[in-house]
Every structure is written in C-alpha cells, then in structure tokens.
Design a protein around this ligand. Structure first.
Ligand code: ADP
Ligand code: MG
Length: 587
C-alpha cells in the first residue's frame, strides 16, 4: 500500500494544538502514558496468546524498552506487545474516538486558569497525544502480532499524519519522539537523560507488571572494556557465561514490578497508590480514597480499590464500564470486571487479585462463580463502610464524593435491597432546613419537631421549583423540615424505601401527607373544620363535576397558607415528576 496522508479530525486537531502549545507544567506524564499503553499492549498479547494457540507471536520476553539518544535528541518507547494493524493505527491514533472530547474542548476553552485546564485534561485523559507536549514529531512503527507487514505512522501534530506500510517491523509498537529543540537547554525537560528517565519511571510506573528496561547509552569502546574488566566474579562468572567483550551491555530494569496490593499499607506511599490509580483509571487526578482489602484462608485475595475525586463525563452513558481489574496470582486477567462491582458502584476503580481462580476464567463463568459473589459482597460492604467513615472523619472528602457520585449511589437503593440500609446511611440531601449544607437522614430525624412522625420530602426539578411549590407552604409555616430531592433517580428510589429507622418517608405532594399535628388538634378545631366542610360543600361538588376528567377528587386542605389550591397525588400514585421521567425514558 502506498503512503497515505490523512487530516486529523477536527477535535483531534484542537487537542493537539493544546498539547503542542502546552502550558501544562508537568510534561513528564507523557512517558507514563506511553508506558501505560505499552503495558496494555503486553497484557492484550498475553491474553490473546492464551486464547488462541495458533497465534504466531513471540511471548517469551514481553517487556517495555526505553531508548534515549542524546545525540539525535530522540526518545523511543518500544514494546513487543499486540501491536496494531494499519486500519487500527488510523482508527486508534488518528482520531479521538472518545465520546467526551468535544465536551472536553469546549470546557477547556472556558477554563479560567491553568489548573482548571489541567484538571479537565486529567478528567478526560489525553493518552498518546500527550507525546506532543515534548516532541515536535512523533513516529510510531507497529506490527500486529500474527501479521507479517507493519505500519509506520508519523506526524508533527500540525494538520495531518502519514501512514505507510513497512516490511520489516518487529512485533509490537515503537513510538519515536523527536524532542522539541526549544527544550534542549532545559534540565527539567531533558528526556534523554537516563537519570531523568529512571526518576519518571520510578515515580509513575514502578508497579507496571512488565519489565520496563532502559537500553544503555552506547558508550565509547574503551569504556565498555573497563566496565567489564571491573565486573567482580559473581553468579554470572560461576555459570561461566560471562559475556564476551563485544556483547552489548545489559539493559537496566527500571521498575520494581511489585504488586502494590500485595504489600502492606505502611510500606507503600500515597503517591505510589495514586500512580497505580492513574494507570488503571486513565485519570490524571489523584483519587479521593484508597481502600485496601485482603482475605486469607480458603479463598484468598487481595484488593486495592479507589474512589475517584471526580465523576467521568460518561458516568451515565451505556459505555461507562466498571473499572475494577481482575488479576489471578499477579497476572492480569481482565479489565472492567463487572462481576465484581454492582452497577451503582461503577465509578470504583481498582484491582482484585485472587489466588485460586483459573487463568482462563471468562466473564460468563465469573458471573456464576460463588466465590466471586462472596468477594463482590465484601467489596460492596467495604466501599459503603469507607464512605460512612468519610462522613465523620473526612467530611470534605465525603462532600466531594457525594456531589460527584451521590446520584449513582442512590440507584443502589433500588437495585441492592440487601444493602439498602447501609446505603441510606451514607445518603445526604438538600433540605428546607439548611440552604447551604446537605442533611443526612439521621440528622433529619434528630432535629424532627416534637410530635412529628414522618420524614417529609418533595421531589422536583430544582430546588427553586420545590421551594416555590404551594405544597410547601404549610410545612414552612409550621417549621417542619422537608427534604428537597431533585435528582431524576430520586423519583424512583423513594418508592422503594418506605422508612428510615422506623420513620416513614412521606411525599408532601401526595394525598396522605397531612400534617401530623392535625391529629392532636382539639375538639374546637375539629368542629371548625366540620363547619368549613359544610360551608364549602357546594363549591367542592361543583369543582369536582367541572374537573371530572382531570382529577379524582376535590377536597379542602389545611396544607396551604397562601395559595388558593394545589394538585396532589394519592400516595402510591405516579408523581408528576415521575411521569415526566418515564416520558423521557420513552415509556
Ligand atoms: P487509551 O490508552 O486511554 O485508550 P491512548 O490515546 O493512550 O488512549 O491510546 C489510544 C489507543 O491506541 C489505545 O487504546 C490502543 O488501542 C492504541 N495504542 C496506543 N499505544 C499502543 C501500543 N503501544 N500498542 C498497541 N496499541 C496501542
Ligand atoms: Mg493510554
């Protein structure tokens, strides 16, 4: 196939412009992104070769190699992983398939300062394109495992890229960066320095399960001689395999490959945990919480889970997968193991490493596996109890968590009846009782008025809509607190949660929710009511007849203080907001 020239897709072009003229101070992360891609490619090849024994691929020494060249001012990151076909290169590297990119770009343009912009990029993830922060030309040479021809992709990041077929590419992918000349004098961006590379790999990629090696710089011939002459008689000498004087020097392995989840918490720094999180989640921001969990005994496993600090843009789209990876005895098995986390915790990221599963487990088998189910139950409990702990010990983190993920967690009230109580305890809501802060059900109950029996709430589209509702008047007048529920999911879960700690949840927009205090009214008040009922009987009958197609019943109420009338539904009926939700869902 001839060399083809392609234009970048508009969104890709805009993103690249931002990378090229990068204002982001932390350029080092490009290397993390490239190593992360290489590591993913190695994982994929290993799994592929397990699945397909006829695959013509070499899996004997899977690794990542980094090769700095000071003279040429290039840096190459190479892997012998799964590689890409020509079509895949065009599809994966030439376009940005991620659905949120357009949104990212528009928000980047609105971003007021650098740190917001950086945060946004972190939230959406930039991956391979981050190479253009440090390089003015990027070349990628790749050959897909099992295929005979390779592909060479090259771009300066401006405008377009070229793609050509190459005959002699080794299996896997090499990314060759031509480092920006303007950074040449800057120590901070000296990506040909072995010292710098060691530092970055240690910092960001230490836990990568494949060896990340650095090719030694080609030293002058005499240096090699001296270095080898100086090698003490060690194991190598004993084996009699001392390399000949002409053999190339050994590459250096830069990462420890230690599984962080297998180490005890006090041995591992927060930063190390955070880097693992970033690798798994493709997020650039630190997580909010790190949760460690291990089980010994008959079914042994270790787990590290993370609560992100920010909801991804696609939290509610079908594409949002769950980010818990499954390992078996340190070997990566699969991403997004949905058998391990319920949908309402789909934002949880992390690793579960089990000792006694087969390396060939499939997703279907996992769904049925009793041990996996036990594990899942424990993970869920642990996540919920961690959030509970955050509420009291790290209030700010909890507030962030709830703002970002509360809407999703509440789905659990419907879908996970076993944990309903635990979930209710970590919920918090807007309320008429406090304009600034959210209130938990426990707090609500604690400040209930004397004689108040129920927990009152009202659902609606927004706080203002609820506050302007005539339903609220009497409650306000009597100083009764009402929870303001404005998330779409609120319409649904309230139906599944009849009570909290013996207190019934009642919608103030529904028929039964007359004020508690009514029952304690004296004889006089009752007589007064009776009198009013008689007085208005004729009007009520007339209204009832006129509105016969619109309403079930017209009655007098004590719930209004200012408005003349309001519409209520019977308890158990579909509320107007729920009707519109159903309509939105096409039901
Ligand atoms: P992400 O890793 O989040 O998917 P990237 O921009 O980092 O996004 O990479 C885009 C895609 O390009 C990857 O998903 C992968 O399919 C492909 N890719 C990138 N680097 C490699 C590599 N070294 N080997 C094989 N495929 C790669
Ligand atoms: Mg990537």
């Amino acid at each position: 196939m001839p060399t083809e020239t392609f234009e970048f897709q508009v969104e890709a072009r805009q993103l690249l412009q931002m990378m090229i003229h990068s204002i982001y101070s932390n350029k080092d992360v490009f290397l993390r992104e490239l190593i992360s891609n290489a590591s993913d490619a190695l994982d994929k090849l290993r799994i592929e070769s397990l699945r397909d024994d006829s695959l013509d691929a070499d899996v004997s020494d899977l690794h990542v190699e980094i090769e700095p060249d000071r003279e040429a001012r290039t840096l190459t990151v190479r892997d012998n992983g799964v590689g890409m076909s020509r079509e895949e290169v065009v599809e994966l590297i030439g376009t940005i398939a991620k659905s949120g990119t357009a949104e990212l770009l528009s928000r980047l343009r609105e971003a007021k300062d650098e740190s917001t912009a950086e945060g946004l990029i972190g939230q959406f993830g930039v991956g391979f394109y981050s190479s253009f922060m440090v390089a003015d030309e990027v070349t990628l040479v790749t050959r897909k495992a099992g295929e005979s021809e390779g592909t060479r992709w090259s771009s300066t990041g401006e405008g377009g890229y070229t793609v050509e077929t190459v005959a002699d590419a080794p299996q896997g992918t090499a990314v060759i960066l031509r480092l920006k000349p303007e950074d040449a004098e800057d120590q901070l961006f000296d990506y040909t320095s072995p010292w710098k590379i060691r530092e970055i790999v240690k910092r960001y990629s230490d836990f990568i399960t494949w060896p990340v090696r650095m090719a030694p710089e080609a030293p002058a011939a005499e240096d090699t001689e001296t270095a080898e002459a100086a090698t003490p008689e060690g194991e190598e000498g004993a084996e009699g395999e001392k390399p000949a004087a002409s053999a190339p020097p050994e590459p250096e392995t830069l990462n420890s490959m230690k599984a962080l989840w297998a180490r005890s918490r006090d041995e591992v720094s927060d930063e190390e945990y955070h880097e693992l999180y970033k690798h798994i989640s493709h997020d650039w921001t630190d997580p909010l919480e790190t949760i460690q969990l291990r089980a010994e005994g008959t079914f042994e496993y270790q787990s590290l889970l993370f609560l992100p600090a920010r909801a991804p843009h696609d939290l509610f789209s079908q594409a949002n997968r769950r980010g818990v990876q499954l390992y078996v005895k340190r070997v990566f098995i699969m991403d997004d193991c949905e058998a391990l986390v319920p949908e309402y915790l789909r934002f949880v990221k992390g690793v579960v490493d089990a000792q006694d599963l087969s390396l060939n487990v499939s997703r279907e088998i996992l769904q049925q596996d009793r041990q996996i189910q036990l594990m899942r139950r424990r993970l869920v409990k642990k996540v919920l109890s961690t959030v509970k702990e955050m509420m009291t010990k790290r209030e700010e983190n909890y507030a962030t968590f709830w703002r970002e993920f509360g809407r999703v967690v509440k789905e659990g009230l419907l879908n996970d009846p076993d944990n309903k109580d635990a979930i209710l305890k970590i919920c918090s809501f807007a309320s008429t009782g406090d304009k600034e802060r959210l209130v938990t059900l426990a707090q609500y109950v604690e400040r209930m008025k004397e004689g108040q029996k129920h927990i009152y709430y009202m659902t609606g589209e927004s706080r203002t809509a609820v506050e302007n509702s005539p339903h609220l008047e009497a409650f306000e007048a009597k100083g009764l607190e009402v929870l303001i529920l404005t998330d779409p999911v609120d319409e649904v879960w309230v139906g599944a949660v009849p009570e909290f700690e013996g207190k019934e949840l009642r919608s103030i927009a529904q028929g039964e929710a007359e004020l508690d205090t009514e029952e304690e009214e004296g004889e006089e008040a009752k007589a007064e009511k009776e009198r009013r009922r008689e007085e208005f009987a004729e009007l009520l009958t007339w209204l009832g007849e006129r509105l016969t197609d619109e309403v079930k019943e017209v009655r007098l109420t004590s719930r209004l203080t200012v408005s003349p009338a309001c519409v209520v539904t019977d308890a158990g009926d579909v509320t107007p907001a729920l009707q519109s939700l159903y309509r939105a869902m096409g039901q």
